[in-house]
Design a protein around this ligand. Structure first.
Ligand code: ATP
Ligand code: MG
Length: 152
């Protein structure tokens, strides 16, 4: 189906509103380009919920989480950025593995299973896309997803 990305993101912000409010976190869509994409809507939502949920969960209260949408020649670019704990370099290559969690004690206290990013990666790859992560401990993390407009 064809999905309208900014509309989807706003709906996801609404779904995550309570957990964001509980951490005094502001969710911001920094670009409102009207981008359309061929994608299974449920999978898109799950993917974005997992990333934004992480961004909220792994940040101190009172921070901002930003989602940015843009278009390149053949790709759609989605960025999810937080100003949270960041991910140590030794762990960053493993976070997409099932059940891998960086800080065992902190993760346990925050709940979850360690499957979120494995699902995200699976969805991205299923749609011929790429995901990369840029992170600095104590500064924050940015996930970037590239999705081809045309999957053929
Ligand atoms: P689940 O998503 O199943 O509730 P989870 O959040 O622990 O559990 P993932 O979403 O797969 O699992 O993330 C794996 C690990 O990567 C997390 O436990 C956390 O240590 C780290 N991580 C993920 N996103 C971020 C982020 N935005 N900032 C800092 N660390 C992160
Ligand atoms: Mg998660």
């Amino acid at each position: 189906e064809t999905i309208q990305l900014d509309t989807e993101i706003m709906q996801i912000f609404d779904i995550l509103k309570l957990s964001a409010e509980a951490k005094n976190t502001t969710l911001v869509l920094t670009s409102k380009e009207s981008i359309k994409l061929e994608f299974v809507a449920d999978e898109f939502r799950q993917m974005m919920i997992n990333l934004i949920d992480n961004a909220i969960k792994y940040s101190e209260p009172g921070n901002q989480v930003e989602v940015d949408l843009s278009e390149e020649d053949h790709n759609i670019i989605i960025r999810v950025r937080d100003h949270g704990y960041g991910i140590p370099e030794k762990d960053v290559n493993r976070i997409f593995e099932r059940f891998y969690r960086v800080d065992k004690s902190r993760s346990k206290e925050k709940g979850g299973t360690g499957l979120g990013l494995a699902i995200v990666k699976h969805t991205v790859q299923n749609n011929c896309g790429k995901i990369t992560v840029n992170s600095q401990v104590g500064k924050g993390t940015e996930f970037m997803i590239q999705l081809p407009k045309n999957k053929e």
